[in-house]
Design a protein around this ligand. Sequence first.
Ligand code: 1CP
Length: 355
Amino acid sequence: MGPSLIVTTDLNDSAFLRACRREPVPYTPVWFMRQAGRALPEYREIRRGVSMLDSCMRPDLVTEITLQPVRRLGVDAAILFSDIVLPLRAVGVGLDIVPGVGPVVAEPFRGPADIDRLRPLEPDEDVPYVAEAVRLLVKELAVPLIGFAGAPFTLASYLVEGGASKTHARTKAFMYADPAGWALLTERLADIALASLRAQVHAGASAVQLFDSWAGALSAADYATYVLPASRRIFAGLADLGVPRIHFGVGTGELLGLMGEAGADVVGVDFHLPIDEGARRVGPGRAVQGNLDPAACLAPWEVVAARTRDVLDRAKGLEGHVFNLGHGVLPETDPDVLERVVDLVHTESARTTTR
Ligand code: 1CP
């Protein structure tokens, strides 16, 4: 019987949670960032005529979309279908998610006066549909559910830039020009993320991931000064819940040690570094997650397989490894390739992993 056929009834003993805790695993667990939505035709079908934000507010749709990749791909964890900007909208920030573009903020934050536009998140009143979806999901799922939130720097970037940015220049200018205002802004964003994550765990999520997707725009010194305190506040505020805390960003090769120090149990390594070098930079006492280049999934299968094996080989000696992509699934990815990657990770690692 192949490892993908093993049904784990006690989720706490699942390969994913064991790897996060750096315990021995029967095979390397795998899931994909942005596995919900994006590449699946059944996702495009169910989303037809429903806006992104509206779909996130419907527990029936959230449940179905979250389950789709678990059914089709055989991954070892589910990630809640939602978006990092949803809590910002829920506390009253005017924003939309524009198809093919991403989040667009109607009136971007330009100075200290704007910080008061962020009130605390009250999950029960502001986002009741999130906890409801999580409760529905944990009844259906045979694998752990990962809850998530956007980290303060990445959320601040959307608020200040008004949308996607290549340089994050306005955000950095805000940060350098007004360190006290910036500290207040990131503290409020930290508290919103923390409230959102705690509510997801209370409703049944087994792990959480903090996405600081754009933190790689910062030097290590600036990260330590301007970002680490707020992200640390989130991880510290989750400690009593006892669930694995994953921390991920893109282009963060110089920041991996600090991202671990922020209080993560698992640090995501993007595709810029080999996973063993990423783990060396993260340091002992934390698991790593990653890091097949999502673009590799568009190449012929032999290339995908060789690169998947390379990640597994490099990760062999590591204390805890969760296989993933080095960033999110690209929309043009063939779902069959993702399914084959899952099978390959399971079968290859089952031959060599210690039990
Ligand atoms: O697996 C999943 O897809 C789960 C749901 C999920 C997650 C975890 C979505 C749905 N978004 C996210 C997180 C998210 N959203 C991040 C962090 C992860 C990452 O780095 O990829 C970021 C930066 C966002 C912001 C965002 N939302 C973007 C990126 C824009 C940019 O600045 O480049 C985009 C395109 C969105 C919209 C969005 N979110 C999710 C989906 C399926 C979509 C597309 C919806 C649509 O176009 O209708």
